[in-house]
Structures are given as structure tokens and as C-alpha cells.
Design a protein around this ligand. Sequence first.
Ligand SMILES: [Zn+2]
Length: 59
Amino acid sequence: MFSVYCTAVAAEVLLGPTNIEAVLSSGGELAMEYRCSCGERGLWKRGAGRFHDERAIAS
Ligand SMILES: [Zn+2]
């Protein structure tokens, strides 16, 4: 499970495996394309979140 800050609903939402559309990894970095439960798509990155205000809670 991971959480993202969804700008569409302006709240932190908890997402699970069914929300993950793709897992990308390169050079030791992990990123996931997800679809929020509201339908908004985004990119989650472990480490610095450049795209939104996203951050992971636990693995
Ligand atoms: Zn959302």
C-alpha cells in the first residue's frame, strides 16, 4: 500500500495494488504509474516526488 496526495480531491488517498497501472524501475529508482480511486492518473516515485506532492508511507 502507498499513499499519494491527490490534487483532484485535495487530500491524501491510500492506494493499493489494483491502482497500479505500471511499475517502472531504472538505475535503482522505483516509479509507479497509478490511477487514483477518483480516476486521476499520476506518477509515484520512491524518493523525491517531483511530479506531485506524493510520498510513500511504508513499503
Ligand atoms: Zn484522486
